[in-house]
Design a binder for this molecule. Structure first.
Ligand code: PBG
Length: 352
């Protein structure tokens, strides 16, 4: 009989004793703060209260503030002036992310790590993460009739399967090198093309960036939780969806295969994304590999917390603490989260 000898409530009796036996602690050191940069004026993102798309000047000010709060790293996403079929804004030397990186290197120097997301979807007119199979689909074909026709699933399938893997690799590698040259400290490919970590690693090495780490979005699921991000970046696919390259939410073993391949290809840090609906995957990846594991607490996860809090339905600070603690408890060493700044400002370390 363990009762009454064993009373687990003994270690829960006061805030101090709870703090003493707490197993998981979230600190500001755990965070990477995602930031959007645009050619245009700074504008709030309606579905992500508290988050903006920044002009380059405002971005520099924001990053200084973030660094003062003790946050170690930011991840940049660019919103280009113009989009085209080939996503050329992603790898143009005067593109928005290279410009932002150069400005940040000047203003913040090495006081904070600059990560650059590598993907084409913010830069392609069709909104997909790679280029399309030549001749099979162009934006000129897109009419309202075509859109209506796409709703029939066979057509959606045909079109969504035309994202061309191998031709995309070259462009991703080119973007990675341009970002490294512009001052990125870490390169973070999020496109989910096969073989992109190897392609990026060898391009970085050839260009002399042998010391630049790759954080790969290794297990990135085809998720409904990216909605607000796509609004922010204007990157929703114009036809079909991302199911032919991002992972099926039902698959667990496949995430381990994805991570293993990225590691073999040279990834230095592996990421699981989204975070909350995939805590089991974070745990699996943590258990199987010894690399640092990152998790992306994505835009839709953030929007849910904000919406409920604005309605007075949840205690926001408590929920933010609980969300981030659960991601860390699942095994993440690094958390990409839009909550990073408010967590640091409001000192939410003990908000649970
Ligand atoms: C680009 C990319 C996306 C996110 C990060 N990188 C969007 C997508 O795949 O549609 C989503 C991040 C978020 O929702 O916060 N491929």
């Amino acid at each position: 009989m363990s009762f009454p000898t064993h009373r687990l409530r003994r270690l829960r009796g006061s805030p101090l004793i709870r703090r003493m036996v707490r197993e998981t602690r979230v600190t500001v050191d755990d965070f990477i703060y995602p930031l959007f940069v645009t050619h245009a004026e700074t504008m709030p993102i309606p579905s992500m209260p508290g988050i903006n798309r920044f002009s380059v000047d405002d971005l520099c000010r924001e990053v200084e503030e973030v660094a003062k709060l003790g946050i170690l790293a930011v991840m940049l996403f660019g919103i280009p002036e113009e989009k085209d079929d080939a996503g050329s804004g992603a790898y143009a030397e005067d593109g928005i992310v290279p410009r932002a990186l150069r400005a940040l290197k000047k203003s913040i120097g090495d006081d904070l790590l600059l990560l650059a997301d590598v993907c084409l979807c913010e830069y392609t007119s069709h909104g997909h993460c790679g280029v399309l199979d030549e001749g099979r689909w162009t934006m000129d074909d897109m009419s309202t009739d075509a859109e209506a026709a796409m709703k029939s699933s066979s057509i959606v399938h045909r079109h969504s399967s035309t994202v061309a893997n191998d031709p995309t690799l070259e462009l991703l590698a080119k973007a990675a090198v341009v970002y490294a040259q512009s001052g990125a400290d870490i390169i973070a490919p999020s496109d989910m093309m096969d073989g992109r970590v190897a392609a990026i690693r060898s391009a970085l090495d050839v260009a002399g960036y042998v010391e630049t780490p790759i954080l790969s979005y290794a297990a990135k699921y085809s998720s409904g939780f990216y909605g607000p991000f796509r609004e922010a970046a204007g990157s929703a696919p114009q036809f079909g969806d991302r199911r032919t390259y991002q992972m099926d939410p039902a698959n667990r073993r496949e995430a381990v295969r994805e991570a293993a391949l990225d590691i073999e290809e040279g990834a230095d840090i592996i990421m699981v994304k989204p975070a909350l609906p995939y805590l089991d995957i974070i745990r699996d990846v943590r258990g199987r590999f010894d690399l640092p594991v990152a998790a992306y607490n994505v835009s839709g996860e953030y929007a849910m917390v904000k919406a409920a809090a604005q309605n007075g339905w949840i205690d926001e600070d408590r929920v933010i603490g609980e969300v981030l603690t659960s991601i860390k408890r699942a095994g993440a060493d690094i958390i990409l989260t839009y909550h990073a700044k408010e967590f640091a400002q409001r000192k939410l370390n003990d908000s649970i």
